[in-house]
Design a protein around this ligand. Structure first.
Ligand SMILES: NC(=O)c1ccc[n+]([C@@H]2O[C@H](COP(=O)([O-])OP(=O)(O)OC[C@H]3O[C@@H](n4cnc5c(N)ncnc54)[C@H](OP(=O)(O)O)[C@@H]3O)[C@@H](O)[C@H]2O)c1
Length: 496
């Protein structure tokens, strides 16, 4: 590629910032952890990027009584903590502070609601981010209507967890549905806001290369791994009521699985995409107990184990889970999906690996180390893609084959713009303002996911299964290796 071509290519690839409509965004729970770590710093970064138009406003709302100056000081602290120094531009920060307002509000009482109502304007997009416990969703939704704050065009954003089983998810959906239409409800799964996850759709549906091979005739198996190095310290008793299946598999891993397994939607349109994802969830087979491995990290070198972190010596909640999952349809018959996620593992990494079958016949019979093609989609760290292909090892000495990676790191491929990929929350909040629900879960999708998850959890509860122990810093329980070995396969190494 010549220098000029390279430049043109890169110019075409970099993200373009398209300003959204003028909006009023009310963040309920503005004093909480999620708002301080993700939502408010993310909004500042979008402001700096020029995506938030003049006249837009961000209104913090929480129970705490705070003056506007105190709220601005809190936001400035969040930016100082969670935005990289080169992005802390004093002028942009001052302008950003000027678009902030704050209302002390009680979701369960009447305090603050008239003040919020008085702040609302006609003719701008109204969005309400419910960054509060789900038990408050109904109260807030009801009061938004009672005080005439929400209108038919308003949007609400709700956080996970969306229920803890099918019954609670249904109840939550019913609560929201009694106040808002489905087109107004944005259920966030921040995994869907990750650049690579969206790229998965681009790779599949914007190239002719992969789709003809994207089925059980050519794909041997799929591995989805979300590994964390941290434990549950600090929120152990909360986590103990949930576990890896509810906390990660039912939502994040399920969404990744859907994007790999779904049929091409007729258009890149919210309902077209979500219809196809729903079909995948409905096609998931029940999982046999022998296809499930659960684990709890053990105490080591003086560091507490899971049960100590959870403050529950009898806990049977898993901090690790691996499952062998089958999508029962024409495309995926006999191609298993192996899912695993856990805490205190060897490395912090999230990836999807699609392992293709070996060619039907090798003409290089004498070549040792015959291996398969693998497409690896890295979500973190270093978002990118890597396709392992076989080539001839250079030099004399006959036809020796070697597997090499065709590696594409977004940061490298896209230069500085690629290194500056917006955080998933930033992208998703801007999608809310644009009114684009493609990357948000629909109510029926969430319910279908729970309908598949519930019997699995009920099964191990009824059997009284105990998770096995695994050492921190490893790739999880030994039994999980067997899940693969007995199928003649092996997990990819958990490494950064
Ligand atoms: N933190 C995360 O990383 C994370 C990740 C994914 C999902 N989530 C979800 O996001 C939501 C918020 O989580 P969080 O970690 O930010 O929680 P948090 O730190 O406990 O914050 C809760 C927020 O809710 C406000 N609040 C509580 N009761 C209220 C009431 N009666 N009226 C008005 N406001 C009230 C609190 O205000 P005061 O402090 O002023 O009382 C605070 O701003 C939860 O649903 C959580 O499951 C969080």
């Amino acid at each position: 590629m010549t220098g000029a071509d390279g430049l043109k290519w890169r110019e075409a690839m970099v993200s373009r910032v398209i300003p959204v409509e003028v909006f009023d965004l009310v963040v309920f729970g503005a004093s909480g952890d999620l708002a301080r770590r993700k939502i408010l710093p993310g909004l500042y970064r979008r402001y700096l990027a020029g995506q938030i138009p003049q006249g837009s406003r961000i209104i913090g709302a929480a129970r705490s009584a705070m003056t506007l100056e105190e709220f601005r000081a809190m936001v400035a602290e969040s930016i100082a903590e969670f935005v990289t120094p080169e992005k802390r531009d004093p002028k942009a920060m001052a302008e950003f502070m000027a678009i902030l307002s704050y209302v002390g509000i009680d979701a369960k009482g009447e305090a603050g609601w008239p003040e919020l109502a008085a702040l609302m304007r006609e003719g701008v997009v109204r969005a309400f981010y419910f960054s509060v416990a789900p038990t408050l969703f109904g109260d807030i939704a009801e009061r938004l209507h009672a005080h005439g704050i929400a209108d038919a065009q308003s949007r609400i954003v709700v956080e996970k967890p969306f229920g803890r089983d099918l019954a609670t998810a249904r109840a939550l959906n019913a609560t929201l549905a009694s106040h808002f239409e489905e087109r107004q409800i944005y259920r966030i799964d921040h995994y869907l806001g990750k650049e690579t996850v969206q790229n998965l759709m681009a790779v599949r549906f914007a190239n002719i290369l992969f789709e003809p091979l994207w089925n059980s005739q050519f794909i041997d198996h799929v591995q989805i791994t979300v590994a964390e190095t941290v434990g549950v310290e600090g929120r152990g008793s909360y986590y103990d009521k949930s576990g890896a299946m509810r906390d990660m598999v039912q939502n994040h891993l399920m969404q990744l699985l859907c994007l790999i397994a779904m049929e091409p939607p007729y258009h890149f349109d919210p309902d077209a995409v979500r219809d196809e994802k729903l079909k995948v969830i409905r096609a998931l087979q029940p999982v046999a107990p022998t296809d499930i491995v659960r684990g709890q990290y053990a105490a080591m070198h003086g560091a507490p184990g899971y049960v100590e972190d959870a403050e529950n010596p009898d806990s049977r909640t898993e901090s690790y889970i691996a499952l062998r999952v089958q999508v029962a349809n024409w495309r995926w018959k006999n191609t298993p999906f192996y899912l695993r996620t856990g805490k205190k593992l060897r490395a912090r990494t999230s990836e999807i690996a699609i392992t293709f079958k070996e060619p039907p016949h090798s003409i290089f019979d004498d070549a040792p180390g015959w291996r398969e093609n693998v497409l690896v989609i890295r979500l973190q760290p270093n978002e990118g893609m890597n396709l392992k292909v076989m080539i001839k090892e250079p030099g004399p000495g006959g036809m020796r084959l070697v597997q090499v990676p065709l590696d594409m790191s977004f940061a490298e491929a896209l230069g500085t713009e690629g290194a500056d990929i917006p955080d998933a929350y930033e992208r998703l909040i801007m999608d809310v303002i644009r009114g684009n629900q493609t990357l948000f879960m629909r109510g029926d999708e969430v319910e279908a996911a729970w309908a598949w998850t519930d019997p699995i959890i009920q099964g191990w509860e009824a059997r009284g299964d105990r998770p096995s122990r695994y050492d921190p810093g490893t790739s999880g329980p030994e039994d999980a290796l067997m899940l693969m070995h007995r199928d003649g396969r092996r997990w990819r190494e958990i490494a950064e």
